[in-house]
Design a protein around this ligand. Structure first.
Ligand code: GLN
Ligand code: ZN
Length: 778
C-alpha cells in the first residue's frame, strides 16, 4: 500500500481575511452602512477561503468554528446562553445585535429611561493567557443556568460539508471557558458551575456527531496553568460525563506551556487525542509519551503558532522520530503549537519587505507548508523532501551569519555589561533630596502620562507624510505647532510637570522600533488584538542598536518653550519586547538587554540635553509574566534588571518616572519596588485606589501617581471626585509621596474632554494643598 503522509492539523486559522475584509465589514455594519446579510456573506467568504487554503496545502484536520465575528470566548458565552440580564435577552437564538452589545456596549440606550433594556456597557476585556489577543470576559450570575442558545459550531461544520470539506470543529473547553469568566457580585469560583455547563456541551457534541463530525477539538489551555485539587477533580468529572459513545472523539488541545503537574489528570481523561505544545515546552514530550495511553492520538505542536520564524525542520524531525516509530503514523499528528490566529496570514502580502528577512519568516500559510514537508518526511523519509530540507538549512545558516542580524559592537557591549550599570548612584532617600533641591515642586505635583489627543488632523498629516504627499518639513511644522499649543495650554491651566504630547508618535512601540536597528515593520501583516482591532507587531530580527537620537529633539523643542520641567518620554525595553515578534535565536532576556542599552543611551542623552525628569513607560511589564507562578521569578528578575539598566545611567538629581497601566500589583510589588524608579504612575481610578494597598503593605518608599481619572471614558470628572480619590490614596500612603495625574495617556481622547478634565484635576490638587493636613507631611 502506498504510504500516506502523516496527519496535519491546524487548531485554528487567522480569521480576519486576506485584506482585513472582516474589519471593514464589521465597521460598515456597525455604522449602519450595510446589512446583516452583507456582513454574514463576508464572513462566509473568509471561512471558505480559509478552508480552501488549508485543503490546498494538505492540511488533514481542517478546523471549523475557529472563525468568529468578534471573539471565540464571546461566541462560547452566547452558545451556552451566558448572556447577562443587562442585554435583555429573553431566550431563543441570541441575535447579532445582542452579541455585539456584549462586545461593545449598546449606545442606543436610555431613550425610554427604564434602564431595563437598550443601554448596557460591554463585557470586560482581558488578555487571552499570555498572548496579545484579548477576549471578552464571560459574566455569570450566582444561579447561572446554561442552555444551548446557538448552533454556530454545527452550522459551520455543515457549511464546510456543503463545500465538500470535512472539518474538525473547535470549541473552547468548558473548564477554560468558566475559568476565564467571573461570577457577578463576588459570587465565588466559576468552575463550580461546571456540572451545570457540561450537559449543554454534551447536547452540542451530540448535535455535531449527528451532523457527521467524527472528531472535535476541545481547547483547554487552562490545563497548562496552576490548578488546585478541587479544580482538577471538577475537570475530571466533567470529561467523564462528556466523553460518551454518542459524541465525536475528543482531541483535547493544550498549549502555551507544559502540562506539568496537570499531566496525570489529562492522562486520566477519557479522551481520544491530546495536543501538546512542543515549542514552548519541548521537554515535556518524553513525560507525555510515557504517561498517556498507547491508543491515544498525540498531536504534536511542533511549529510555533506564536511567532513568525521558519522552523528548524531537522530538529523537529529528530525530536519526534522515536515517537513516530513507537506509536506508528496513525498514532500521531503534527500541528502548530497553538491556533494560528496569533500570526499574520501570508508572507506573500509583504512584497516590500527586505527579501533576505522575508526568507527567514513563516506566516500561517507558510507554516502549513512547513507542516506538509514534515508530514511527508515522517512517513516517506527525509529523502523524499530532501530539497525542501536543504533549502531550509541553507536559510537558517544564512540567517545565523547575516550581517543584518549580527552587530559586533552590540554583542561586545552586552558582554561587557556589569552589575553596577543597573544601579543608581545612591539609594532613593538620597536621590529624593537631590531632586527636591533641584526641582522645587509643590506638594501634590500635577502631571500627565505623556500623550495628548491625536487629532484627526495629526493622523491625516502623518498618513499623508507616509504616502509621500506631505513633505517632512510641512509635517514637522504641524507637529511643532501642536506641541507648542500643548505646552502653552499646560502652562495656562497650571500643571506643574509638563509633557510634549507625543504628537510625532504613531504608537509607543512602533515609534522607537522604527528608529532602532534590528527591527522590521510590515505593511499587511495584521494580527487580531481584539474584535475589529488588528495590530502589526514589529519584528525584532537582529541585534538592536540606536543609530541616532530618537526623542531628544522633540524634548528640546518643548522645553525651550517653558520654564516648567518637561518630562522626557520613552518606552521601556520590556514593553517594546512584549509587544513585538521577537527573534528566536537569542534568549528573550538577551534581546531585552540589547533594547535596554539602546534606550539607556537615549536616557543619558536626554539628561545631557537638560532633562530633569525622564519617564520610561513599562505598560506591558506585567503582561509578560509566565503562566506558571513558579516561573515568575526568573522573568521578573531579568525584566526588572533591564528596566534598571535603562534608567540607571543618570545622576541622582535626575528623576526617573515610570508608568504602568492597569495591573494587579499585589503579587509583583517587590519587583515594582526593585525597579527603583523615583516616581511611578499607575491606573487606579476604577479600582477606587484599592490597588494602592499593595504599595502601603510593602511600605513602598518612592513617589506614586495613582490615576485620579479614568481616561477610557469620555466623562469629565468633577473636582470633588478627584479630591475624594486622593483622600482615599492618602489613607494608604504618605501625602508627600503623592503625585496627581490621570490613569494613562490621553491620545485616544478628544481635547473637549481632556481640557475640562485637566482643569478640574489641577483644581483638585490646589484644594488639597490649601488644606492644613496636606502641609504637615510635606
Ligand atoms: N506615555 C504613553 C502615553 O501617554 C503611555 C501609554 C501607555 O502606558 N499605554 O500615551
Ligand atoms: Zn497606561
Amino acid at each position: 500500500m502506498a504510504n500516506q503522509k502523516l496527519a496535519v492539523s491546524t487548531l485554528g486559522f487567522p480569521r480576519i481575511g486576506r485584506r482585513r475584509e472582516l474589519k471593514f465589514a464589521l465597521e460598515s455594519y456597525w455604522a449602519g452602512k450595510s446589512s446583516q446579510a452583507e456582513l454574514l456573506d463576508v464572513a462566509a467568504a473568509i471561512r471558505k477561503a480559509n478552508w480552501v487554503d488549508q485543503l490546498d496545502r494538505g492540511v488533514t484536520n481542517i478546523p471549523s468554528n475557529d472563525f468568529s465575528l468578534y471573539d471565540h470566548v464571546l461566541d462560547t458565552a452566547v452558545m451556552v446562553g451566558a448572556v447577562p440580564d443587562a442585554y435583555g435577552w429573553t431566550g431563543g437564538e441570541v441575535s447579532l445585535d445582542t452579541y455585539f452589545a456584549m462586545a461593545r456596549g449598546s449606545a442606543d440606550g436610555g431613550a425610554c429611561g427604564c434602564g431595563g433594556h437598550g443601554s448596557a456597557t460591554a463585557l470586560e476585556m482581558t488578555k487571552w493567557f499570555d498572548t496579545n489577543y484579548h477576549y471578552m470576559v464571560p459574566e455569570f450570575g450566582k444561579d447561572q443556568e446554561f442552555k444551548l442558545a446557538s448552533r454556530k459550531p454545527i452550522d459551520e461544520f455543515l457549511e464546510a460539508k456543503e463545500l465538500g470539506i470535512h472539518t474538525r470543529p473547535v470549541l473552547v473547553g468548558p473548564a477554560t471557558f468558566l475559568k476565564l469568566g467571573k461570577i457577578r457580585d463576588g459570587g465565588g469560583d466559576p468552575i463550580d458551575l461546571l456540572p451545570r455547563l457540561v450537559p449543554v456541551y454534551a447536547e452540542l457534541l451530540r448535535g455535531l456527531k449527528a451532523a457527521g463530525a467524527d472528531w472535535v477539538q476541545i481547547d483547554e489551555p487552562i490545563l497548562v496553568t496552576d490548578l488546585n485539587e478541587a479544580e482538577r477533580e471538577a475537570i475530571a468529572a466533567a470529561y467523564r460525563q462528556l466523553a460518551t459513545a454518542s459524541v465525536p472523539k475528543i482531541m483535547l488541545a493544550t498549549y502555551f506551556a507544559a502540562l506539568g503537574d496537570n499531566l496525570d489528570l489529562v492522562a486520566s481523561l477519557p479522551i481520544a487525542g491530546l495536543h501538546v505544545d512542543l515549542v514552548r515546552a519541548p521537554e515535556q514530550l518524553d513525560a507525555v509519551a510515557a504517561t498517556v495511553r498507547k491508543n491515544l492520538v498525540l498531536s504534536l505542536g511542533v511549529i510555533d503558532g506564536r511567532n513568525i520564524w521558519r522552523a528548524d525542520l531537522d530538529v523537529i524531525l529528530d525530536r519526534v522520530a522515536a515517537l513516530r516509530a513507537d506509536r506508528g503514523a496513525d498514532g500521531i499528528e503534527i500541528a502548530p503549537s497553538c491556533s494560528l490566529i496569533h500570526v499574520p496570514l501570508d508572507l506573500a502580502a509583504e512584497p516590500e519587505l527586505d527579501t533576505e528577512i522575508v526568507s527567514w519568516l513563516s506566516f500561517a500559510i507558510q507554516k502549513i507548508e512547513e507542516l506538509d514537508t514534515l508530514a511527508i518526511a515522517l512517513v516517506d523519509g527525509r529523502a523524499k523532501v530532501d530539497d525542501a530540507l536543504k533549502a531550509a538549512r541553507a536559510i537558517r545558516r544564512g540567517r545565523a551569519k547575516s550581517l543584518k542580524v549580527n552587530d559586533a559592537s552590540v554583542q561586545t557591549r552586552i558582554e561587557s555589561l556589569d552589575a553596577s550599570m543597573s544601579k543608581r548612584e545612591s539609594r532613593f532617600a538620597d536621590r529624593r533630596s537631590a531632586q527636591d533641591r533641584k526641582l522645587d515642586l509643590p506638594q501634590f505635583p500635577t502631571t500627565t502620562i505623556g500623550s495628548f489627543p491625536q487629532t484627526p488632523e495629526v493622523r491625516r498629516a502623518r498618513a499623508a507624510h507616509g504616502r509621500g504627499e506631505l513633505s517632512l518639513s510641512d509635517y514637522e511644522t504641524l507637529l511643532r505647532q501642536e506641541t507648542e499649543a500643548a505646552i502653552r495650554w499646560q502652562e495656562e491651566i497650571g500643571l506643574d510637570v509638563l509633557v510634549h504630547g507625543e504628537f510625532e508618535r504613531n504608537d509607543m512601540v512602533q515609534y522607537f522600533g522604527e528608529r532602532l536597528s534590528g527591527f522590521a515593520f510590515t505593511k499587511n501583516a495584521w494580527v487580531q488584538s481584539y474584535g475589529s482591532r488588528y495590530v502589526r507587531p514589529p519584528i525584532i530580527f537582529g541585534d538592536v542598536a540606536r543609530p541616532e537620537q530618537m526623542t531628544v529633539g522633540w524634548w528640546q523643542f518643548a522645553q525651550s518653550l517653558t520654564d516648567k520641567p518637561v518630562k522626557g518620554m520613552l518606552t521601556g525595553p520590556v514593553t517594546i519586547l512584549n509587544w513585538s515578534f521577537v527573534r528566536d535565536d537569542l534568549a528573550r532576556s538577551q534581546v531585552c538587554r540589547q533594547i535596554a542599552l539602546a534606550i539607556r543611551d537615549e536616557v543619558i542623552d536626554l539628561e545631557r540635553a537638560g532633562a530633569a525628569m525622564i519617564q520610561i513607560d513599562e505598560a506591558a511589564l506585567r503582561e509578560g509574566l509566565p503562566l506558571r507562578q513558579s516561573e515568575w521569578r526568573a522573568y521578573l528578575d531579568w525584566a526588572v534588571e533591564c528596566f534598571r539598566l535603562t534608567a540607571a545611567g543618570v545622576a541622582d538629581g535626575t528623576q526617573i518616572h515610570t508608568h504602568m497601566c492597569y495591573s494587579e500589583f499585589n503579587d509583583i510589588i517587590e519587583a515594582i519596588a526593585a525597579m527603583d524608579a523615583d516616581v511611578i504612575s499607575i491606573e487606579t481610578s476604577r479600582s477606587k485606589m484599592e490597588l494602592l494597598d499593595a504599595f502601603r503593605d510593602y511600605s513602598y518608599p518612592a513617589g506614586i501617581g495613582p490615576g485620579v481619572y479614568d481616561i477610557h471614558s469620555p466623562r469629565v470628572p468633577e473636582i470633588g471626585e478627584m479630591t475624594a480619590l486622593i483622600d482615599l490614596a492618602k489613607r494608604r500612603l504618605d501625602a508627600g509621596q503623592l503625585w496627581i495625574n490621570p490613569d494613562c495617556g490621553l491620545k485616544t481622547r478628544k481635547w473637549d474632554e481632556v481640557r475640562p478634565a485637566l482643569v478640574n484635576m489641577v483644581a483638585a490638587a490646589r484644594q488639597l494643598r490649601a488644606r492644613k493636613d496636606a502641609s504637615r507631611a510635606a
